[in-house]
Design a protein around this ligand. Structure first.
Ligand SMILES: *Cc1c(COP(=O)(O)O)cnc(C)c1O
Length: 229
C-alpha cells in the first residue's frame, strides 16, 4: 500500500495555491477524495490526517466501506451513474449525490430519503461536451430540470457537476467556463445553488480558476487504480 499522506498534503497545498492565484479564499474549495477501488484501510489513513469528504461510484463497493468506517464523522458523496433500483440505499446512506441527471431519479431519491435525515444535497450532472456519452442533462435543459427538482422537499439542490472529455486543457477550460456561467445564472434565483463540482486529478487547478467549489480527486491522491473504472 502506497503512503497517501505526502500526496494528500501536497494536493491540499496545490488547491490552496490555485485558490490564491484565482483571488479566492483558500478554504473555498472542498477536496473530495474519490475512493472507488480503495480499501477502508486506505481511507482510514486519510481520515486520520483530517479528510472528511469521500466520493464513491458504485453502491455495492461503497456500503461495506461505509460500514467499516461508521465510527468516523464522514461526509459521503455518490458520484457514479444511478440505476433506479439503487436509489433507496443511496438516499439512506449518502449525504450528497452529484450525478442526478433526470427527474425520475430525483423523484425516487426524494421519496426515499429517510425522514430522520436532513434533505439530501444534490447536484445536477451536465453533459458538457458532445463526446461525453449518455450521462448528464444537456446544458439547454438544466434550467427546467433545476426548477422542477427545486420543488422536491426532501432534496436540497446545490449546484452542477460535469466530467469534461479531457481532450485538452483549453477544451476543459471552455467546458468549465460554460458550466460556471450556467451555475451562476441559476444561483441568482436559488441562493443555495452555490456549488460547482468540477475538476479531477489532471485539471483541478484549471477548474478552480474557473470557479470550482468541489474538486474530485482519485489518482492524484491514491495513485493509479488497480482495475479500470
Ligand atoms: C473516478 C472519478 C473521479 C476521479 O478521477 P481521477 O482522474 O482519478 O482523479 C472524479 N469524478 C468521477 C465522477 C469519477 O468517476
Amino acid at each position: 500500500m502506497t503512503d497517501t499522506l505526502p500526496a494528500f498534503l501536497s494536493l491540499r497545498q496545490r488547491i490552496a495555491a490555485a485558490c490564491t492565484q484565482a483571488g479566492r479564499a483558500t478554504d473555498s474549495v472542498t477536496l473530495l477524495a474519490v475512493s472507488k477501488t480503495r480499501s477502508a484501510d486506505e481511507l482510514a489513513r486519510l481520515i486520520h490526517a483530517g479528510q472528511q469528504h469521500f466520493g464513491e461510484n458504485y453502491l455495492q463497493e461503497a456500503l461495506p466501506k461505509m460500514d467499516a468506517l461508521k465510527t468516523h464523522p464522514l461526509i459521503w458523496h455518490f458520484i457514479g451513474p444511478i440505476q433506479s433500483n439503487k436509489t433507496r440505499d443511496i438516499a439512506a446512506r449518502f449525504d450528497w449525490v452529484h450525478s442526478v441527471d433526470r427527474l425520475k431519479i430525483a423523484q425516487r431519491l426524494n421519496d426515499q430519503r429517510p425522514a430522520h435525515l436532513p434533505p439530501l444535497n444534490v447536484c445536477l450532472q451536465v453533459k458538457i461536451d458532445s463526446e461525453d456519452s449518455k450521462q448528464g442533462v444537456p446544458l439547454a435543459d438544466v434550467g427546467a430540470l433545476a426548477a422542477t427538482i427545486q420543488a422536491l422537499p426532501r432534496l436540497q439542490l446545490r449546484g452542477l457537476m460535469a466530467i469534461p472529455s479531457a481532450t485538452s486543457t483549453d477544451h476543459n477550460r471552455a467546458a468549465f467556463e460554460k458550466l460556471a456561467m450556467t451555475q451562476q445564472r441559476l444561483h441568482s434565483t436559488m441562493p443555495r445553488f452555490d456549488q460547482l463540482s468540477m475538476g479531477m486529478s489532471d485539471d483541478f487547478e484549471t477548474a478552480i480558476d474557473c470557479g470550482a467549489t468541489i474538486v474530485r480527486l482519485g489518482t492524484a491522491l491514491f495513485g493509479p487504480r488497480h482495475y479500470n473504472q
